[in-house]
Design a protein around this ligand. Structure first.
Ligand code: F6P
Length: 310
């Protein structure tokens, strides 16, 4: 068994490492990836797609396990569709926005980190009587914001699925203050859009998958909240802190279960599938079913969180 370094870039450069027992020994408590990662999209250039197909043969791969989010798995789905390469996918992203699966691994760890940060921010919020705006990751879907916000007792949670109505947010905060609560925690996902259609980005450049770099919506929101309510407001952008450190037990177990099922699929010669979690069962779905799709936050969970707004 070999490991492909740095995602699809490794398939273009035939950059591999041996994945023997020594390589994987001790990786369970580690965050990130021992293989490295990249934002390389072989479908950007026709010749790169051909190179991947060629290298697949050169490396004499009998199967490839693609581990990643919508972009990585999207390439896997296309390679299977276009060339029937023997590929199996595993959903791994903190964003938890991959269709067909209840959870992707990495998400639970990110939620726990964000929740702990919200707990810590409560200290300043309460002592200094401030509004604390916490910005989480979440490009197209607000899973981390919703789960961490619900677990951390947020007073408002703003996500890409529901455009921000600033008047409504300020009303919630004012009402809360009206009943004697002189602090609030507002959680916002980086991809949340204002009702007027504004999305806050860091720079104009897009990556190979066409994504702009998000980040900064928390600052815009905090300025508006302070202006409109008159309450002192501060911002914390959690950024890559959410991706760091040791994975939770849930993620370690989920990643392990996914890995085992992926190997079983290969042994069964069942290619073109992505493993998934449904209820507490590990199953699989055709890769094409996740292509071009984003799994939005579950309405029911958001409604529960909403019960505690304001
Ligand atoms: O994996 C997706 C994601 O976590 C998004 O939520 C976020 O916008 C992006 O990654 C950040 O990527 P980068 O590390 O390239 O800044």
């Amino acid at each position: 068994m070999i490991g492909i370094k740095n995602g699809w870039r490794g398939m273009l450069e035939r950059d591999t490492i041996s994945m023997d027992l020594d390589t994987i020994s001790g990786i369970l408590p580690k965050g990130g990836t021992v293989l490295g990662t990249s934002r390389t999209n072989p479908y950007k250039k026709e010749e790169d797609v051909q190179k991947v197909v060629e290298n697949f043969k050169q490396l004499e791969l009998s199967a490839l396990v693609a581990v990643g989010g919508e972009d990585t798995l999207g390439v896997a789905a296309r390679l299977y569709k276009d060339f029937q390469l023997p590929i199996v996918g595993i959903p791994k992203t903190i964003d938890n926005d991959i269709a067909e699966t209840d959870f992707s691994f990495g998400f639970d760890t990110a939620v726990n980190i964000a929740m702990e940060c919200i707990d810590r921010l409560h200290t300043t919020a309460e002592s200094h009587h401030r509004i604390m705006v916490v910005e989480t990751m979440g490009r197209h879907a607000g899973w981390i914001a919703t789960y961490a916000g619900l677990a951390g007792g947020a007073d408002a949670i703003l996500i890409p699925e529901k455009p921000i109505d600033i008047e409504e947010v300020c009303d919630l905060i004012m009402k809360r203050h009206g009943r004697g609560k002189n602090f609030s925690i507002v959680v916002v996902a980086e991809g949340a859009e204002f009702k007027e259609g504004t999305i806050v980005t860091q720079e104009g450049d897009v990556d190979e998958f066409g994504h702009v770099r998000l980040g900064g919506v928390g600052h815009v929101l905090a300025r508006l909240i302070q202006e409109k309510t008159g309450y002192e407001t501060r911002v914390t952008v959690l950024g890559h802190i959410q991706r760091g450190g040791s994975p939770t037990a849930f993620d370690r177990i989920l990643g392990t279960r996914y890995g085992i099922r992926a190997v079983e699929l290969i042994m069964e010669k069942k290619f073109g599938y992505v493993v998934c979690l449904r209820g507490n069962k590990i199953e699989e779905a055709p890769l094409e079913k996740i292509l071009g799709k984003i799994k939005p936050v579950d309405e029911e969970i958001y409604r529960i969180a909403e019960t505690f707004f304001g």
